[in-house]
Design a protein around this ligand. Structure first.
Ligand SMILES: Nc1ncnc2c1ncn2[C@@H]1O[C@H](COP(=O)(O)OP(=O)(O)O)[C@@H](O)[C@H]1O
Ligand SMILES: O=C(O)C1=C[C@@H](OP(=O)(O)O)[C@@H](O)[C@H](O)C1
Ligand SMILES: [Mg+2]
Length: 187
């Protein structure tokens, strides 16, 4: 059987990474629609399987449990699925096993946003992101900057400051189609 790591570029899953609230879920869904692909949001998948919300899983089962489930699900999706658009949760990519699986089998797209733009999003997400609970703005900024280091290992990046979700998704699709053409024009 053909190994998925040998998949043609056009068949590889597209994985969106980036900090909480940058728009991975919203934009991933649009990218999938535009490319006629299935969309998988890892957090939504975990919620569906547990019949529980992410905050409830954190509260009742603990973050370590969540990270294990998240890691196993992503490694499975990256290794055994193709032609999907997959949005990760913001903390998933900090796990080395997750990074390796994504980078070996998929096209990894980093959704970037400046801290100043991100701050405006905080009220929209603060109530259902347990990692942000009880943190000061300074602590969140430190986390935002720390995590950029992990996200810096990617195949492609889009700075989404001032881009609405539709425009951001169009730019991602354009960039991916361009990559397909350039790198696989002889296939
Ligand atoms: N490009 C964008 N411009 C403005 N608001 C956005 C954009 N992308 C997402 N949002 C909003 O930000 C919030 C977080 O988006 P979400 O897709 O859940 O991010 P993530 O999955 O990265 O945590 C939502 O309320 C969403 O409507
Ligand atoms: O960054 C994180 O540690 C988390 C991000 C969330 O996903 P989004 O990035 O989609 O908000 C979700 O997985 C969970 O609340 C933990
Ligand atoms: Mg999300």
């Amino acid at each position: 059987m053909k190994e998925y790591s040998e998949l043609p570029l056009r068949e590889k899953n597209i994985v969106l990474i980036g900090f909480m609230g940058v728009g991975k879920t919203t934009i991933g869904q649009l990218v999938a629609k535009k490319l006629y692909r299935d969309f998988i949001d890892v957090d939504q998948e975990i919620e569906n399987r547990h019949h529980m919300s992410i905050p409830a899983i954190f509260e009742q089962m603990g973050e370590d449990y969540f990270r294990k489930v998240e890691r196993e699900l992503i490694v499975d999706l990256c290794t055994n699925k193709r032609l999907k658009v997959i949005s990760l949760g913001g903390g998933a990519y900090l796990q080395e096993e997750v990074r390796n699986a994504c980078l070996s089998h998929c096209i990894v797209f980093f959704l970037d946003l400046s801290w100043d733009c991100w701050k405006e999003r905080l009220p929209l997400i603060v109530n259902n992101r347990p990692v942000l609970k009880n943190k000061t703005l300074e602590e969140i900024e430190r986390l935002f900057l720390q995590r950029r280091e992990a996200y810096s290992i990617h195949n492609s990046r889009l700075l989404t400051n001032d881009l609405d979700p539709e425009t951001a998704a169009n730019q991602i699709v354009e960039s991916i189609k361009w990559t397909w053409e350039v790198y696989e024009s002889n296939e």
